[in-house]
Design a protein around this ligand. Structure first.
Ligand code: BGC
Length: 726
């Protein structure tokens, strides 16, 4: 560091253009950064940050909405590795992905770039992508850190979230990825968190990310997220992207003493370390286009979710007359708009992959009614035994940069479905959408629904593989499909206004809300059908050490086809009046089995899996007592349960004068001290129960006010006794 001038060090902490870090002579080469997350958007020249200009062709893998639905971490790792191979071939040092924000509302315009409403699933899938990317020495960039759950006002809005919710819902995926996958870089988000911009949030970027989680990489800004460069550097942001031409201000700030030089040195040294890591990047001359397309197809196949299949209408049977209806079968929607937009190396469509059966476009993608098109569709469907109706959201409906205001399909498409269903007895709806769409209004017209999300460039052939039965569907929902938008827990608090969005639903995001309240949903978290059936047996849950447990279960393919099951493990807390989510996902395993075959699936649980964030402790707290492990095929399809016990971590919130009688009695030393004091007094058990209940909520210091003996001195004495200084 000593051999660099102040100016050179400042230059390292911002880019040289939209996609490059700043070089210094021969010694420090520029690094190339490229979106991300599901394919390379390598722009030839300086480029733009919004996906407006073209990029060189690269494989468009399924976006996270789909890849997450595979519930297959190994597959995600392989996709990450393929991304890295393309990055190497295209001279890219850091891939700007994965995106691991939590889906708080189905309206978020960027939900297609994120994995799930659940932090455990998001963390596991995100970590797998990162280790895949970094296996070839390419850097990953985990984004957008943090609490970037909407596009509305994304550059200014303050996400106002309580600490427990942050720790339990919005931060754990980042934490897991940082701890387990050690990403080279993290990208801060645009928004503010409880009033402070992520880019200048020292608590977030330094205390939590580095000091608690041990992150040793570089933090870069989202494109344009820096508002005050000095404050950002001080908070722990190392690299401003793209540059705003303010290096001189940094030099000046150091010279005037406003910015300690050591802060600049640290940021510059992290950039140099990233450059050093980049020297380990593999180099390839291009890549095998076919092999990557095939991987994209495999990933797409693993990601589509069969929501419904009444009367086993799928798979299609030999000899059936099949009609395909819907422009989306021919003009697929396979990725979302904005910075993640990839120019694919090729593009499959389902209609061709199905062998070009009878086809009618049915509707216009711009949503304008067209009676002629629907007439043709009805004619085609009336000649068919089965009609595959491709419906979904057009590009204009969802993208980075704005949120949706509805989760309904375009009205012309729903109208078409109704017409077609009148003339053809077997209707299969195939969906293409990045954010969840409601099925409540129209699903009665469909025997089967295959949710295809946005499946990447090979989605068309992957769908054909599933529809024909060449492969069995194996995707599962990573987010609940609600009946109505107004059922969504964040609904009254989304997207906020006046510069703030209040996370009023707290920890009750997605299934944590619906399952705790036992509320009806269209399809629950974790749901997905296949062409076979699975049974669960021999659950064995036991303690293996101090607050460590193992859970084992046997899963058997009891059907007639090879298929996959996604075995899900939840920890549950049965409480009469819930003070925490009723259950939470803590493990999953995807197993492929031949008919009749079984597999023993094993999970490990640790104290953290049942812990809650304690605000008073400023840390995790594990309560002693019983909890339940649930194993099943969705959050609403629990097959087996077992009870386990935790010894707890012995933590009890410290008592003070204002702790209530109830808190004193629940506290081990507190209750001892209190009972000693009350020796000889009429027993609590003989007090009128209603009065006792009332008394339980009264802070000890207030008892004197009610004329119940405990003077201030006595209370002080008790406090001193429990703190060990009396
Ligand atoms: C997006 C990031 C992206 C960056 C560079 C921003 O608008 O939020 O996800 O990586 O642009 O394109």
């Amino acid at each position: 560091m000593t051999d660099l001038t102040l100016e050179e060090k400042a230059s390292l902490t911002s880019g040289s253009d939209t996609w490059h870090t700043t070089p210094i002579g021969e010694a420090v080469p520029a690094l190339t950064l490229s979106d991300g997350p599901h394919g390379l958007r390598r722009q030839a020249e300086q480029g733009d940050a919004l996906g407006l200009g073209d990029s060189v062709p690269a494989t468009c893998f399924p976006p996270a909405v789909a890849l997450g639905s595979s519930w297959d971490a190994h597959l995600a790792h392989r996709v990450g590795e393929a991304l890295a191979r393309e990055a190497c071939a295209l001279g890219v040092d850091v891939v700007l992905g994965p995106g691991v924000n939590i889906k708080r509302s189905p309206l978020c315009g960027r939900n297609f770039e994120y994995f799930s409403e659940d932090p455990h699933l998001t963390g596991v899938m995100g970590a797998a992508v990162v280790t895949g990317i970094q296996s070839l020495g390419v850097g990953a960039c985990v984004k957008h850190f943090a609490v970037n759950n909407q596009e509305t006002d994304r550059m200014r809005v303050s996400a106002d979230v309580d600490e427990q919710t942050l720790r339990e819902i919005y931060l754990p995926a980042f934490e897991r990825i940082v701890r387990e996958a050690k990403p080279y870089t993290v990208m801060c988000s645009y928004n503010r968190i409880n009033g402070v911009h992520a880019s200048q949030n020292r608590w977030l970027l330094t205390e939590v990310l580095r000091e608690e989680w041990g992150f040793d990489g570089l933090v870069m800004s989202d494109w344009g997220a820096v508002n005050d460069r000095v404050a950002a550097l001080e908070a722990g942001l190392d690299l401003e992207m793209p540059p705003t031409g303010t290096d001189e201000e940094i030099v000046e700030a150091v010279r005037s003493g406003r910015l300690p030089e050591a802060v600049l040195d640290l940021a510059a040294s992290r950039l140099l370390e990233l450059v050093r890591r980049g020297e380990g990047r593999a180099s390839f001359e291009g890549w095998d286009l076919d092999a990557h397309h095939e991987l994209a197809r495999e990933a797409a196949r693993a990601s589509a979710v069969l929501l419904k299949n009444d009367g086993d209408v799928l798979p299609l049977r030999q000899g059936q007359r099949v009609a395909v209806v819907g422009e989306l079968a021919r003009t697929p929607r396979y990725q979302g708009g904005g910075s993640s937009h990839v120019v694919p190396t090729r593009l499959d469509n389902a209609w061709e992959a199905l062998g070009r059966p009878a086809f009618a476009a049915g509707y216009r993608l711009d949503g304008q009614p067209d009676a002629g098109l629907s007439r043709e569709a009805v004619a085609a469907a009336s000649e068919a035994d089965v009609t595959l109706v491709f419906l979904g959201l057009p590009e204009a409906a969802e993208s980075e940069g704005f949120d949706r205001t509805t989760i309904e399909l375009p009205a012309v498409q729903v109208a078409l479905l109704r017409e077609v269903a009148e003339v053809c007895p077997k209707i299969v709806v195939v969906l293409a959408n990045g954010g969840v769409v409601s099925v409540a209004e129209w699903q009665e017209h469909a025997s089967a629904i295959l949710e295809g999300w946005l499946l990447g460039q090979a989605g068309g052939s992957a769908l054909a593989d599933l529809l024909t039965g060449a492969h069995s569907p194996s995707g599962r929902l990573t987010e609940t499909i609600p009946n109505r938008l107004t059922d969504v827990p964040s609904h009254l608090h989304y997207p906020g206004g006046d510069g703030h969005v209040r996370y009023g639903e707290g920890r009750y995001v997605g299934y944590r809300h619906y399952d705790t309240l036992d509320a009806d949903v269209a399809y629950p978290f974790g749901h997905g059908l296949t062409y076979s059936r699975f049974t669960y047996s021999d659950l064995d849950a036991r303690e293996t050490g101090g607050d460590e447990w193992s859970v084992e279960v046997t899963v058997t393919n009891a059907g007639e086809r090879f298929a996959h099951e996604v075995v899900q493990l939840y920890v549950a807390f049965d409480e009469e009046r819930p003070s925490r989510p009723r259950h939470e996902l803590r493990g999953f395993a995807k197993v492929g089995l031949e008919p009749g075959d079984s597999e023993r699936v094993r999970f490990a649980l640790a104290g953290r899996d049942i812990a809650q964030w304690s605000v008073s402790r400023k840390g995790w707290r594990i309560d002693a007592g019983a909890f339940t492990v649930e194993v099943g095929a969705s959050s609403r399809d629990i097959r087996l349960r077992a009870e386990l016990t935790s010894r707890g971590d012995g933590y009890a919130a410290p008592l003070d004068r204002m702790s209530t009688l109830g808190e004193w009695l629940a506290h081990p030393e507190g209750s001892r001290a209190l009972k000693q004091l009350l020796q000889g007094a009429p027993g609590l058990d003989r007090t009128d129960p209603a009065l006792l209940r009332l008394a339980m909520g009264i802070p000890l210091a207030k008892f004197a006010t009610f004329g119940i003996g405990l003077t201030s001195e006595v209370v002080d004495g008790l406090v001193a006794a429990v703190r060990g200084d009396g």
